[in-house]
Design a protein around this ligand. Structure first.
Ligand SMILES: [Zn+2]
Length: 301
């Protein structure tokens, strides 16, 4: 007789959840089957967050905090689509999917180049510095036009060559704008950050909206239904965040889902540390202390 394992059914429920997620496709995938959530109207003079996404889908994957800024702090969140992926024949399709995904979560969408920038990686920067300089200029133009209060970008060691490239691209562009003063939030996906300082909880409702938006990248999730693994990734983020953000050996917050970030300030062409210690922001906590209203921001005074 097999020894009874009290966790067996519980673990099977995870596996079942993953596979039943695949069945949600079909009719429900695509704008025809899924109603777009209502978004609050954009307030005049709302603070703005720019999310520099290396590929279409990164805006959603790391979108936990941007979505909360939009919903709770009434930020205008704008995805800057840096590339549209490496496959030329998929770029038109990926742009349309990206439009649907951004509309679903209420993000605006701009691009420094309608066909997506090319060669956004350090190898290409070395090989073709003239093309790289044009890309930096395009991003600096976007920053100057959008005047963001918060910039999201991948951390410098996020493994994927385009993620790493986008980090350097955006930092070089920010250095071109000596008057730029904002918060900078680094994101992680392909490789975990060693020093995140911010863990942001997402509610199941927010995670469901992120998964739904990710599912609208139809061509990508058809190849690999990675939208169904987003909740598990966000659960594991809580494990890491408990130690890396909360401090080794600290009590773990009872979040189900979270995303890890590194929040710093940017002024006079460089990063500035603005958090004395790691911060964990529960779903019920206000983000106002970290992202105060315009005019009440004491960061640069
Ligand atoms: Zn990516």
């Amino acid at each position: 007789m097999m020894a009874k394992n009290h966790y067996r059914a519980w673990v099977e429920n995870f596996a079942t959840a993953l596979h039943t997620g695949e069945a949600i496709g079909g009719e429900a995938i695509g704008m025809a089957g899924m109603a777009v959530p209502e978004h609050p109207p954009e307030a005049a003079g709302a603070p703005k967050a720019l999310v520099f996404a290396p590929h279409p889908d990164d805006e959603v994957i790391t979108g936990g905090l941007p979505l909360r800024l939009l919903r709770e702090r009434r930020f205008a969140v704008v995805d800057v689509a840096v590339t549209l992926g490496s496959r030329v024949e998929r770029r038109t399709g990926r742009w349309r999917e990206l439009e649907a995904a951004c509309a679903y979560v209420g993000f605006g969408l701009v691009t420094p180049d309608r066909t997506g920038l090319e060669g956004i990686n350090l190898e290409a920067r070395g090989r073709d510095p003239a093309r790289w300089a044009l890309a930096v200029e395009a991003v600096a133009d976007a920053l100057a036009a959008e005047r963001p209060d918060v910039v999201f970008l991948p951390h410098a060691a996020d493994w994927n060559v385009t993620h790493v490239g986008v980090h350097h691209l955006v930092v070089e562009a920010m250095r071109r704008l000596p008057a730029l003063a904002c918060r900078v939030v680094e994101t992680e996906y392909w490789s975990a950050m060693t020093t995140p300082n911010l863990m942001v909880e997402s509610t199941p409702a927010d995670v469901a909206d992120l998964v739904a938006a990710l599912s609208l990248h139809v061509g990508e999730v058809a190849r690999n239904p990675y939208h169904l693994r987003l909740p598990a990734w966000m659960m594991d983020n809580v494990r890491r965040g408990a130690e890396l953000v909360g401090g080794q050996g600290g009590a773990a917050p009872r979040f189900a889902f979270a995303t890890l970030y590194r929040l710093r300030g940017w002024k006079e062409g460089q990063f500035h540390d603005i958090l004395k210690e790691g911060e964990s922001v529960a779903a019920a906590d206000s983000l106002e202390k970290l992202f105060p209203p315009k005019g009440e921001d004491k960061l640069w005074r």
